[in-house]
Design a protein around this ligand. Structure first.
Ligand SMILES: *Cc1c(COP(=O)(O)O)cnc(C)c1O
Length: 348
């Protein structure tokens, strides 16, 4: 059985967290004179629930976990950053991930003064799990696995991720930002099996709420306790908590949006495949598709002149001449295809 305390930074293990007014009294009352709030401008005058009790209760029911297994942050980015602050000693610990993958793992490592070790994927974006494990040493604390992976789009086999969660001597964060678009099951269903597993999800993609900044980390209560100690006391605003409760009532809408995006995606991939300038369309489990073209810089610039912005990933490991295209609405994808036709005519 893995004990997570052994990996926690000594100063965090000993930390006595800030105790807010709303921590010290959270029951029912009619006169609130404990937090130096204004009596005017309700409901914005009141500090929000520091532990988002209502929201976690609803979310727990919806995801089939317990409230004490949930941390909520200002986007998954907060959940990623706090993992470094809880588990990594600057100048000593290291974190491991694959390449290419989501850029924030490295940025957060750099901000926190933590060595970041990248293990390249194979050319087909499959993973060498033993190479990932070989990159670890006694100072390794975090392993980030993004599945489905950004920017490649592929999800990794369950058996490979399980091998890493079991064999890695530290915290394994599986970033499921795109899980709603994937045929693979979420790791949430297996949270209780692995005390060192952190599952990251977000409201930013399938839930259509990137603007509100709400991310989630699901993990063993021991890990969530540390999250709660280290986070800013009132990290999720009251309007965002209210909004998220409303969104959770709209799970049917979200399912319809995902279905729509998936059907636009398969149609788009099919239409794209007839263009000779598109050299390769990588398989995708996400709401984007990575394509290799003959000249990514030129096509990117052309699309910009047409008012269409995609992501040029040409400088990223293994992604030479690659563009990452988000799947938007059907008419947006048609506009991109028309622009692609004009690009080809213009070059002839
Ligand atoms: C978009 C994305 C996120 C979401 O980040 P937020 O801060 O929640 O908006 C997380 N992980 C990956 C891999 C992403 O691509």
């Amino acid at each position: 059985m893995k004990q997570i305390e052994q990996w926690v930074r000594p100063n965090i293990r000993q930390l006595r967290p800030y105790s807010s007014a709303r921590n010290e009294f959270s029951g029912e009352a009619s006169v609130w004179l404990d937090a130096n709030e204004s009596p005017f401008n309700a409901p914005y005058n009141r500090y929000p629930d520091p532990l988002q009790t209502e929201l976690k209760k609803r979310l727990a029911r919806q995801r089939g976990v317990r409230p004490e297994q949930i941390f909520l942050g200002a986007g998954s980015d907060e959940a990623i950053d706090l993992l470094y602050r809880i588990f990594c000693e600057p100048g000593k610990s290291n974190a491991i991930s694959i390449a290419p993958t989501y850029g924030m793992y490295k940025v957060c490592a750099d901000i926190n003064g933590v060595e970041y070790r990248e293990v390249s994927l194979h050319d087909d974006f499959s993973m060498d799990t033993e190479a990932v494990l070989a990159a670890a040493d006694a100072n390794s604390r975090l392993l980030f696995l993004c599945s489905p992976n950004n920017p490649t789009g592929n999800a990794f086999p369950v058996s490979e991720i399980e091998r890493l969660i079991t064999a890695f001597d530290g915290i394994v964060a599986v970033d499921e930002a795109y899980i709603d678009f994937s045929a693979q099951p979420s790791w949430l269903g297996r949270l209780d099996e692995f005390p060192n597993l952190v599952v990251l999800q977000t409201f930013s993609k399938a839930w259509g709420s990137a603007g509100v900044r709400l991310g989630m980390a699901f993990a063993s209560p021991a890990i969530i306790d540390y999250y709660n100690k280290v986070k800013y006391p009132y990290n999720i605003s009251a309007p965002v908590q209210r909004y998220a409760l409303e969104m959770l009532d709209r799970a049917d809408d979200v399912r319809r949006w995902v279905d729509d995006i998936l059907s636009v995606r398969s149609q788009f991939v099919e239409q794209l495949s007839v263009f000779p300038v598109v050299k390769k369309i990588y398989p995708t489990d996400a709401n984007f598709v990575l394509i290799r073209v003959d000249d990514a810089g030129a096509l990117y610039a052309w699309l910009v002149t047409e008012g269409i912005v995609v992501r040029n990933r040409s400088t990223v490991t293994l992604c030479g001449e690659c563009l990452r295209v988000t799947i938007g609405a059907g008419d947006e994808m048609n506009r991109l295809l028309e622009a692609l036709c004009r690009y080809i005519q213009n070059r002839e």
